[in-house]
Structures are given as structure tokens and as C-alpha cells.
Design a protein around this ligand. Structure first.
Ligand code: ADP
Ligand code: ZN
Ligand code: ZN
Length: 816
């Protein structure tokens, strides 16, 4: 008897055992996929974990439906990394696998298939089964796996579907992602029987009465001779000025042949191999220090001020690693924000770069996956957001985590709730690779790790080209209000500075950390403000659409004319977001072009890139935006950055608020003055004496670190204590509360005063679910694995309480 243990992509702890025959047992290897039956009628794609001969004690095994791969699609190092992740972040391996594998790899009974939006396949290449499914899809827009089973009157259909997917005939329905349009290029060549001189002569003679067709043929010869690569139909048509019909006639006659080649969608065609820039003395020194730091530390923190030229240092490191044949992973917080960087790197490394991101279409992701798996040169350098960690690297030499302080490296939901920076460090260790964390404003955790010699530390304190750090001025708007020196939300200082900069033809960034027009509306008669019916938050007013919107659940209604509570027409928009600043600035500077950069204006796949291009080309004078502006953008002509109101950053109820405010303000400031002229930053605030603002204004990272570290130590927060947040959600408030108190008490039996809560988060209800949190703090000397084990057991008991069965529970390790 032979068995395999498989991992299913579901949140159940254990692996599952299925029986296989001897032949299958010989063939199967860890990391191959099999289709397996599950429950009454479900089918899952599972990953083979182990092949063995011990039957499980407690249940009858079912046999597998089908083997789906010829070769493993993942490797041992990946599995090790994922096991670490599941154990560290307290979730199941199945959940990690679901996050890790492109969903096209995980066909299951829930999967819905449909015809590909653009068909480029030959029907006659289909097997009988494939054809039947294909035909059925001509009549029905989509099919479930079970439908396919009845159409084919057979049980094992996953492989058929997989083949249709591979041929590009169908696609998997995926609501969250943009649809995939297969990019297939149609090429034209001469039919083989005419390639001999003699036949060709004859052919040309027969075509004398069809001059257009002859023209096409001659153009084809010419192009083939000129370029040493195939001739595409588009190119041929263009050059010969022929219609599609002429081309078709030639193909129908059997003189020409068409053939299709699938192009990789993420492809770079520009120049490459540009010489890298000569490093400045400071950069060179930093590079040398990084290399020697790597001799002692696997992880090194590069703390380099904004515009110090960290990227050029990365480029040098990458060059060396790829020369040795190893792979490089370059991680960024958000890929949408990286068009600039990708361009810069492609300049040096050309086609060796692949970009990987969950926003990419399924097939793009599958392609990159296979390229990495097969160690293709074009995937030697991977640029990606956090999910690129999961790729099948086998030979990593270097991981760069750029903008390592960014909170978006942490995945909030669903599980695994992992931090990509920390997971990268572990991945690096598994590969014996070096990991470099780069930031102008490192997180407290990273600096703490450097100070305690867990990480190496290299500092770069000057900007490239000896450009000065921008001059930062705090503007007291309480006083400006009192003296009537405000126009809307603009102080006279900010107004003057903007005017000055615009006069010189340079650009301005205005930062406001809220989108929409006003965060809430209030009735001046009765004081009531419209709330979201599903969440405990006020609705934000969006002027452009004249709507009230909930930023948590997307609920929206037309702007009210009168108050819902008292009926008075005295609704007043309170507070301000980017939309309002944009409209004020347009009135103040009507001669200048203004653009807004926030979630509302950058929705489409290319919207963001277009906006960046416009800014780079100086088609825009003033950019109003949210923290999107703070993420590593490199613009040449920004002279002035205005922070409209620093206070709402500082008033956020979270233990990281000071660190985050410092980082954000330093990062936006860092966008100013990246060329010869010194940049300027104006920060408007009601509290110019706030410690953090004072520290921001003189670039005092060390001062910030010292103060914050003391606070964290005193109040038992990271980096001194670890935290695990347990969140409970339910439609019924009382039930949720009771459940939280019960679990809290159970945890306290052992963890004592280090269990805090239950406490409602700032928004205590989202999408009709009430929310409460328990926070567990783990002191340095207490074993983290043991604590997690205990929490795991407590949660297990919790799940066995019937009363709490509807309560949703999530665990967030190292919560952010
Ligand atoms: P950081 O990532 O540290 O904020 P960048 O790497 O974006 O800084 O560099 C800032 C600017 O300086 C970029 O426009 C970059 O092209 C330029 N730069 C950096 N190093 C060099 C160099 N050695 N030679 C020429 N230009 C450089
Ligand atoms: Zn009212
Ligand atoms: Zn809502």
C-alpha cells in the first residue's frame, strides 16, 4: 500500500492522507500537484508533501483523482519557509499555500471557468474532452467543475481544464483582478514548399496578375532578409500597405502560413546594459561597509537619508550577485509606486528583470513563477511587492528590502498576516543569502536590531551631489488664524512660498493625509453627522461625485440636502481632505495645472504611471496627495513641499503614531529639492512645539529614536516586548463581548497582566460586525514559541464553545 500526505489550501491544521498505486507513488514527488476529492463532492488541488507506506490510524483513505504535474512546481526551501511562516504567524500551511500560489495553480470545485477574452488557439488542437468543454462554453458564459464533470460524464476533469488553461482557450474567473488578455503575436512565413528557388520563381510568375499579393510577398522577403527575426503580420501589413484580406487570400491559397507565438507579457524591449553610475565617495564608502558588514551579519540595515542614492548602491550589489549566477529579490512596499524604479533598473539589467505582483494577471504571475522555477536568466532579478517572497527561488544570493520601514510590507488580512520584511530575513537565511534593509527612516525594530548587533548597520548621511537636506519650517496656524492670515487652509507663508516657486517654474507638493473633500459633515443646528449604516464611522463627503462615502465598506449615498435628524438645511462640511485642497489651490492659482494623487485618482492599472509621467514631464505644477507621495518617488523639480495639517497624523490612537508621523513627514519632505537648489518644506500645525515636529524639522532621527524607545520600553511595546493581537468579530455585540471576556480570562490564567483588553478599536464596527481586540504582550525573557502554543490551545478551547461558534477570531502576530 502506498500513501501520500498532501497539503490542502484550506485553514485546517493537518495534512491529509490519500492512497495511490505503486506506479503513482514512484512518480510523485514533493511539490507536485494532485487533484483530490474532499468531503462529499468537493475537489481540491493539493500539494504533495510526502510519499510513504503507513496508513493513517483513524480514517479510510480515498484515492487521488489525478496527478496534475510532471515536475514539482515548488521546492523544498519554499516549503520550509512556508512552514516557518505558518508556525510563526499562527496560521495553517494551507493558508500560506493559498497566499503563495497563483490561483491558477489551485483549481478546485469552487473554481469558475469561462472562455478566454481573446481566443488565439486552433480548435483542431483540442482533444475530444477539451473540445466538449470548449463548446459548452460557447453556449454558457461560465462553468463550474461539477458542470464539467457532467458534460464529460467523467469524474477527473481538473487536468482537462488545466490543459485548456495552458492553451489559452479558457480563463479562471477571478473577480479581484483585472482580466487577462493573452498576448499572442501572429507571425507570417512562406509555406515550406515554396522555399526552393525553382518553386519560388514559378510562384512569382503566377502572381503577376495579383500585384497586391505579389507586393506582400516581396515585402516579406525584404523584411526577412533585413531583420534576423520572424515577421509579424502587423509589420508585414504595414510595410506592404496591404489589407488583411490580401494577407488572408495568400494564406488561404497555401502560399503563406500564419503561426502564433505567445509573448511574455511583462517584457522589456528598451536598451540595456547601460554603464552603472560612478558612485560618489560617500556611496562608495557605504558600499564597502555593507560588504564588510555582510561578512559578519546576514542582515544589514542601510540607513541613508532621502536622496542619498541608495538605489545606485543596490545596483552595484545586484551586479556582483548576478555575475555569480545567483538570484536577487528586490522588494518594494507597493509595486504601483515603482514604475520609476523599474525603469531605472531595466536600464542596467535589461531583460534579466521580472516584475511580480499580486495585481498582475494570473498568467503573468504564472509565467514569472515558471521562469523563476526554471532559473531562466530573464527572472534572475525579481522586483516585487510582498507576495514575491513566495516565488520558487532556488539560488538566492541577495534580498533587498527597499523602504523597509513601510507598513504596507505587513499583510493585514487574510492569513497569513505576515510581515514581508521579517519573512524576507528568514528566507535569506534559508538560502544563505544576504539581506539588505534600506530606509531613510528605519523602523524602531530595525534600528533596535542594529543597536543590539543582530543586524549590521551602515549609515549614509549626505544626499547625492552634496545637495542639502530641505529646510523645514513649522507654521503655527493657530496664530495665523488669530491674526486672520489664513486663506482657506493656506497660511500666508505657504501661499507666498508656493507663489515664489511657481514663478521660477518649479513644482510643489501639497500633502494631506485624508482623501475626499471633508472627512465628515455636521448639522450646525442639531450637531448630528451622517454615519455609515454598516460601520461606526462618519461618512466622508466627496464633492466631485456629490456623494457621502464610507471609507471602510464603500457604502455611498448622494449628498444630503437636509439633516436626517432635524430636517434643517444646515449641513456643514467639516475638516478637509485632498479634494478640498485641490479645489482651493485651483482657485488660488488658476493659471497653474493641479493634479491629485490619492486612492481615488489612481484606481486603474496605469493611472498611477500616467500621473507620474505627467509630473516628470512637468505638465503639472502642483500635486496634492496623500501618503502615496511619501513612497520613494524621485522627482527632479519639486522645490517645495507643504504639509497642510500635521496634527491629524499625530492624533491617531496607536502606539506607533509618533514613529509613523516622523517617518511620513521625513519621507514627504524628502521629495523636495533633489537637485542643486535647496528644497523647502512648510509644515502647518496647531502644535509647533510638539516634540515629533521639532525632531522632524531638524532631521533628528536619533532623538526621535531615543524618546520613542524609552516610551516603548516603559509601556511594554515592541521592540522590547512582542505583541500578538487577537481580534473577535460578531454581528451581536453582547456575544462578541462575552466571548472576548471569556478568552481574555483564559489567557490571563497564565499570561497574567500581559493580556490587555478586550478593547474596541477606533472604529468599533465595520460591515456590520462589531470588533474587539485582546492584546498579548510577550516580555523578552518569555519563550515566544511556548506562548504561541499556549495561545493556540486557548483558541482551540474557544472554538469548542458552542455559544461562540459564530464569532470570527483572527490572530495577528507582531501586529501593526
Ligand atoms: P534614495 O533612494 O536614497 O532616496 P536615489 O537612489 O533615488 O536616492 O537617488 C537620488 C537621485 O540621485 C536619483 O535621481 C539618482 O539618479 C541620483 N544619483 C544617485 N547616485 C548617483 C550617482 N552615483 N551618480 C549620478 N546620479 C546619482
Ligand atoms: Zn440637524
Ligand atoms: Zn461603512
Amino acid at each position: 500500500m502506498y500513501f501520500i500526505d498532501v497539503i490542502l489550501p484550506i485553514p485546517l491544521k493537518q495534512t491529509f492522507t490519500y492512497s495511490v498505486n505503486e506506479h503513482e507513488a514512484r512518480f510523485l514527488k514533493q511539490g507536485m500537484r494532485v487533484a483530490v476529492p474532499f468531503g462529499k463532492s468537493k475537489v481540491y488541488t493539493a500539494i504533495v508533501y510526502r510519499v510513504h507506506t503507513q496508513p493513517p490510524a483513524s480514517y479510510e483513505t480515498k484515492s487521488i483523482d489525478q496527478i496534475l504535474d510532471e515536475e514539482p512546481i515548488l521546492n523544498e526551501q519554499q516549503l520550509k519557509h512556508w512552514e516557518w511562516m505558518a508556525s510563526y504567524y499562527m496560521c495553517t500551511l494551507g493558508e500560506v499555500i493559498r497566499a503563495a500560489l497563483p490561483s491558477a495553480f489551485l483549481l478546485e470545485s469552487e473554481t469558475v471557468i469561462k472562455l478566454a477574452s481573446e481566443m488565439n488557439v486552433e480548435e483542431n488542437g483540442f482533444s475530444d474532452e477539451e473540445f466538449l468543454v470548449y463548446e459548452a462554453l460557447q453556449h454558457q458564459s461560465s462553468l463550474h467543475i461539477n458542470d464539467v464533470r457532467s458534460i464529460l460524464d467523467m469524474k477527473n476533469v481538473v487536468k482537462v481544464i488545466q490543459q485548456l488553461l495552458q492553451k489559452g482557450a479558457i480563463e479562471v474567473e477571478e473577480t479581484v483582478f483585472e482580466k487577462y488578455t493573452p498576448k499572442v503575436v501572429r507571425y507570417i512565413r512562406l509555406a515550406p514548399e515554396f522555399t526552393s528557388e525553382e518553386n519560388l520563381q514559378q510562384l512569382l510568375e503566377t502572381l503577376t496578375r495579383a500585384p497586391k499579393q505579389k507586393e506582400v510577398l516581396m515585402t516579406l522577403f525584404m523584411l526577412s532578409a533585413q531583420q534576423k527575426k520572424p515577421v509579424s503580420s502587423v509589420q508585414l501589413q504595414k510595410r506592404s500597405n496591404a489589407s488583411a484580406a490580401v494577407l488572408k487570400a495568400l494564406i488561404d491559397k497555401g502560399i503563406l502560413e500564419e503561426y502564433f507565438v505567445q509573448k511574455d507579457r511583462v517584457e522589456y524591449t528598451g536598451p540595456e546594459g547601460a554603464a552603472t553610475k560612478a558612485l560618489s565617495e560617500a556611496q562608495h564608502k557605504a558600499l564597502t561597509e555593507i560588504k564588510s558588514s555582510f561578512e559578519e551579519h546576514d542582515v544589514t540595515l542601510l540607513h541613508g537619508v532621502t536622496s542619498s542614492g541608495k538605489t545606485e548602491i543596490y545596483v552595484e550589489l545586484i551586479s556582483e550577485i548576478i555575475k555569480s549566477g545567483k538570484q536577487v529579490l528586490y522588494m518594494l512596499p507597493e509595486i504601483a509606486l515603482t514604475t520609476q524604479l523599474i525603469g531605472r533598473l531595466q536600464h542596467y539589467f535589461g531583460e534579466r528583470i521580472s516584475v511580480f505582483h499580486s495585481k498582475y494577471t494570473l498568467n503573468e504571475r504564472v509565467e514569472v513563477w515558471y521562469n523563476v522555477l526554471q532559473k531562466k536568466p530573464k527572472a534572475q532579478i525579481i522586483i516585487g511587492a510582498r507576495s514575491s517572497l513566495f516565488l520558487p527561488f532556488s539560488n538566492l544570493g541577495l534580498i533587498i528590502v527597499d523602504e523597509a520601514h513601510e507598513p504596507s510590507f505587513k499583510q493585514y488580512s487574510p492569513a497569513p498576516r505576515y510581515h514581508a520584511r521579517d519573512s524576507a530575513v528568514v528566507l535569506g537565511q534559508l538560502h544563505n543569502a544576504k539581506t539588505l534593509l534600506g530606509s531613510a527612516t528605519p523602523s524602531l525594530e530595525s534600528t533596535h536590531n542594529a543597536q543590539t548587533d543582530k543586524y549590521g548597520l551602515v549609515k549614509l548621511t549626505e544626499r547625492y551631489g552634496n545637495i542639502l537636506m530641505p529646510e523645514i519650517e513649522l507654521v503655527d496656524i493657530r496664530e495665523k488664524h488669530r491674526k486672520k492670515r489664513m486663506t482657506g487652509h493656506f497660511s500666508d507663508r505657504l501661499f507666498e512660498e508656493i507663489e515664489e516657486v511657481l514663478k521660477e517654474g518649479e513644482q510643489v507638493i501639497l500633502f494631506q493625509n485624508r482623501r475626499g473633500y471633508s472627512p465628515f459633515v455636521e448639522c450646525t443646528t442639531c450637531g448630528v453627522s451622517p454615519q455609515c449604516p454598516n460601520c461606526d464611522v462618519s461618512l466622508t463627503y466627496h464633492q466631485f461625485k456629490n456623494e457621502l462615502r464610507c471609507h471602510y465598506c464603500g457604502y455611498h449615498i448622494a449628498m444630503l440636502i437636509s439633516c436626517m435628524a432635524c430636517g434643517s438645511e444646515t449641513l456643514d462640511a467639516k475638516g478637509f481632505g485632498t479634494e478640498q485642497i485641490e479645489s482651493e489651490v485651483k482657485q488660488l492659482f488658476p493659471e497653474h495645472s493641479v493634479a491629485r494623487m490619492d486612492q481615488d485618482t489612481t484606481r486603474g492599472k496605469h493611472a498611477y504611471a500616467k500621473l507620474i509621467e505627467k509630473i516628470e514631464n512637468q505638465e503639472i505644477d502642483i500635486i496634492v496627495g496623500t501618503q502615496m507621495l511619501a513612497k520613494g518617488l524621485d522627482f527632479r523639480n519639486i522645490r517645495l513641499v507643504g504639509v497642510m495639517n500635521a496634527d491629524n497624523l499625530l492624533n491617531f490612537p496607536d502606539f506607533r503614531v509618533h514613529e509613523r508621523s516622523f517617518q511620513l513627514l521625513q519621507q514627504v519632505s524628502g521629495r523636495a529639492g533633489r537637485t542643486e537648489k535647496r528644497g523647502k518644506v512648510l509644515i502647518q500645525t496647531f502644535n509647533p512645539n510638539h516634540q515629533i515636529l521639532q525632531q522632524v524639522s531638524v532631521n533628528d532621527y536619533d532623538g526621535m529614536f531615543k524618546d520613542e524607545a524609552e516610551q516603548r520600553y516603559q509601556y511594554k511595546y515592541p521592540p522590547y516586548y512582542r505583541t500578538i493581537k487577537i481580534t473577535l468579530r460578531d454581528r451581536n455585540y453582547n456575544k462578541m463581548h462575552k466571548a472576548a471576556v471569556w478568552l481574555g480570562a483564559l489567557l490571563q490564567t497564565r499570561l497574567k497582566e500581559n493580556v490587555l483588553g478586550p478593547e474596541a478599536p477606533p472604529v468599533g464596527r465595520i460591515r456590520n460586525l462589531f470588533i474587539t481586540n485582546l492584546l498579548v504582550k510577550i516580555p523578552k525573557q518569555q519563550s515566544v514559541p511556548k506562548t504561541k502554543k499556549f495561545i493556540g490551545k486557548a483558541v482551540q478551547s474557544f472554538h469548542s464553545v458552542k455559544d461562540f461558534s459564530t464569532v470570527k477570531l483572527t490572530i495577528d502576530v507582531d501586529n501593526y
